[in-house]
Every structure is written in structure tokens, then in C-alpha cells.
Design a protein around this ligand. Structure first.
Ligand code: HEM
Length: 136
């Protein structure tokens, strides 16, 4: 019988190197997407240079922590999404690319687990993304 995928085991099941590969491939695709790329380019510059190495290190830390792996990530994903003019369509596209990349690169249980995690986070991130920057 296959054990259920839980956060603690997920990092080990995916593996450090595979997780890193998935993330780089995903953002390479994000940067080929005409809706998403301009948002990231405005903030981080030209992929994979400028602000990208730092961003990728931070994201890797985030996903390591989320999947139960060792991590020193101490960021705040919510506020990071404020002030970019993000709408529902950006999140739809992001998740569609995430889904495609995960399905190609991982076994179904791990792919589904990572998709489900991002789908849940979307609710909170989208709420932040549409908050006015200067609250009265
Ligand atoms: C559910 C979907 C998403 C997840 C899980 C996610 C996750 C993250 C995380 C963990 C960070 C790092 C936060 C930190 O600095 O500590 C981040 C930053 C960021 N994300 Fe997202 N994100 C999502 C959707 C999007 C979308 C749709 C866009 C826009 C097209 C976007 C644009 C950005 C930008 C511009 C940053 C800030 C980069 C920086 O200042 O270094 N994200 N995201």
C-alpha cells in the first residue's frame, strides 16, 4: 500500500535536486508567458540574471519549508504580491503553468500535493494582491 503524501515526507519524496530543477523550469516558463513575464521583469530584471538568483534561493527556501524539508526561509509571501496590479487571471495562469510543469516533472502523488498546496495559498495571496497599498 502506498502511504499518503504528507508535508514531512513530501520533501524527501521529491528530493532536493528535483525540487530545484522544477522551480527553475517553472520560472523559465513563467518568463516566456506574455501575461506573467512583465510583472516579474519589472521587479527582478532579466531571467536568469539580475534579481533572479536571490529570488530563486528564496523560493527554494519557501518550498523546502512548505514540503517539510530543512529551510531558513523567513519571508512574507503575502506582502510580496502587493502593488503589482495582479488580478485573478495572473493567478489562473500561474497555477496552470505550475500544474503543467509538475505533471511533466514529478510522479502524480507529488505533483498533486504541490498543486494542491499552491491552490490553497492562492486564496490568501490573491487577497493581499488586491489590497490597496496605502491602507487608511
Ligand atoms: C499561488 C500562486 C503563487 C505562489 C505560491 C507564489 C509564491 C511566492 C513566494 C513564496 C514568493 C517569495 C516571497 C518572499 O519574498 O519571501 C513570491 C514572490 C513574488 N511573486 Fe509569487 N506566488 C504566486 C503567484 C504569483 C503571481 C500570479 C505573480 C505575478 C505574475 C507573482 C509574482 C511575484 C513577485 C513579483 C514576487 C516578488 C519578487 C521579489 O520581490 O523578490 N506570484 N511568490
Amino acid at each position: 500500500m502506498t502511504a499518503p503524501v504528507t508535508a514531512g515526507r513530501l520533501f524527501d519524496q521529491i528530493g532536493e535536486i528535483t525540487l530545484r530543477r522544477v522551480l527553475w523550469l517553472f520560472y523559465e516558463r513563467v518568463m516566456q508567458d506574455e501575461l506573467l513575464a512583465p510583472v516579474f521583469r519589472a521587479k527582478l530584471g532579466t531571467f536568469p540574471k539580475d534579481g533572479w538568483p536571490v529570488h530563486m534561493t528564496r523560493l527554494e527556501g519557501f518550498w523546502r519549508a512548505t514540503t517539510g524539508g530543512p529551510s531558513t526561509y523567513r519571508g512574507q509571501p503575502g506582502p510580496a504580491h502587493q502593488g503589482h496590479g495582479l488580478e485573478a487571471q495572473h493567478f489562473e495562469r500561474w497555477l496552470a503553468l505550475w500544474d503543467k510543469t509538475l505533471r511533466e516533472q514529478l510522479d502524480p502523488p507529488e505533483a498533486e500535493a504541490l498543486l494542491k498546496m499552491a491552490s490553497r495559498m492562492r486564496v490568501n495571496l490573491e487577497r493581499f494582491a488586491t489590497l490597496p497599498l496605502d491602507k487608511p
